[in-house]
Write a protein that binds this ligand. Sequence first.
Ligand code: MLC
Ligand code: AMP
Length: 507
Amino acid sequence: MTDNHNLYAVLAAGFPAERDACAIESRDADGRPLYFTWGDIDRATARLANLLRSLRLPAGSRVAVQVEKSPEALLLYLATLRAGLVYLPLNSAYQAAELDYFIGNARPGLVVCAPAARERIAPIAAAHGVRHLHTLGEQREGSLLAAAAAHDDRFRTVRRASGDLAAILYTSGTTGRSKGAMLSHGNLAANARTLHHYWRWRRGDVLLHALPIFHVHGLFVASHGALLSGSKMIWQARFDPAAVVRELPRATVFMGVPTMYVRLLDHPGFTAECAAAMRLFISGSAPLLPDTFRQFEARVGQRILERYGMSETVMLTSNPYDGNRVAGTVGLPLPGVSVRVVGEDGRACGMGEIGGIEVRGPNVFSGYWQMPEKTREEFTADGWFRTGDVGRWDANGYLSIVGRSKDLIISGGYNVYPKEIESWLDDMPGVFESAVIGVPHRDFGEAVTAVVVPQPGASLDEAALIAALKQKIASFKVPKRIHVVPELPRNQMGKVQKNLLRKRFGG
Ligand code: MLC
Ligand code: AMP
């Protein structure tokens, strides 16, 4: 046990004594294996942390990172923790306008981007007064590692208090722009320790890591689990069902979003035999359809463990490790996490009643970056965080998520905020107004779909609108279909009736 609350120190306490054992196994561009030992993690993060220290950034400075997934990207995250700075991961699909907002809002001291994006990002960073810019490519290229190589490979991990900020994760609200959820070293450590026990992480586990590392799921839940238990990760830069099937016989734990399970089940090589060494498949970030749960059990002979969480809170509930894993539920509150379901009258709901899910615990974030009012709005007077999800308890105390009070679409595990897409569409020439909805989709769970009304006399072309949006925003946010209609259905209050649009265009 360490008395330094720096999350890196907490994780490193779990590293094995055999420093030459493999911690991360990945592949280079030609498919040749690359191995990183626990000693390599210590030395590489020390070099990077020394480089960060040499920049003399003020305490609490943000390090904004938009790079493709690589072992070095994970090392940069760990080094940022080690140096006592604040990590700010950005989805690699974000485009200039999106980056301009995040960088302008967070005002990082350092931006790290892909070498190919340097020209595009440098002016944005400069416009917001960012003093330092480095590049990091998928194959170790770029200025960051070159600069770090000149630094000492020993570093005393900076002391941090439990409440000190470790990371900011941007997540959108129902109105307005994205908000940066501020997570402390203590928030992340509490959740990592809880999941370590709850999911029975053990030495000798092998995590097959195929998730992106710019969101909670891949960066925290998956990586922290393996690091804290001193377990090896097989690192895949992107999710490819064939590559997962190839490596699964050597793995014991896999985490994925429901889309990944749907795609694995579509792969003929995904069989009980190839999963024979696996002890745990975990799903989260979006609802796992009971049908997928059942197909998976029939094929593999194991039940997927579904859990529930969010950027502001990390993990909240989980189906049990040993007990019954129930399709269509997200299980029980994790130890130390309090969850209540609250009706419109403000009273706690009993079994079977539907209400808003509110949570409290050491894992819950302290607020949104520089948005005290938004923070106040999302917490109740007695300190519970309103998740914006709507749920129901069953007779055994399992929680089901039955909807969302926030207008949010979850597509393949990525959140898309209709309001944001509507404002981009409304700015397009010839568009009078728009409504964006999620419709059921076999692969992505929900597909972003837009319904637009042309300005009088204008004619709109679906393909041209989609192509124009792709120039502006991350392509996972771009509607898969855009329907042109003469007018949007409205209720007496003038509010667009999205339920009618979902009925009409959801089929
Ligand atoms: C990719 N595309 C998507 C998409 N992902 N479209 C809608 N929804 C998505 N999720 C689009 C691309 O824009 C591109 O469009 C085309 O599909 C192919 O892109 P790709 O990069 O080849 O896609 P692919 O690798 O197949 O990605 C699918 C995926 C990925 C499921 C592997 O979406 C993914 O990794 N999802 C996981 C997200 C995640 O980690 N969420 C955790 C959030 S944390 P085009 O038109 O350009 O060809 C959280 C808290 C919690 O929610 O509880 O965990
Ligand atoms: P994010 O803001 O990206 O962290 O996404 C968090 C949201 O994902 C939650 O508020 C839920 O709406 C959703 N979510 C996460 N896990 C699950 C799950 N197992 N089932 C249903 N929704 C989930």
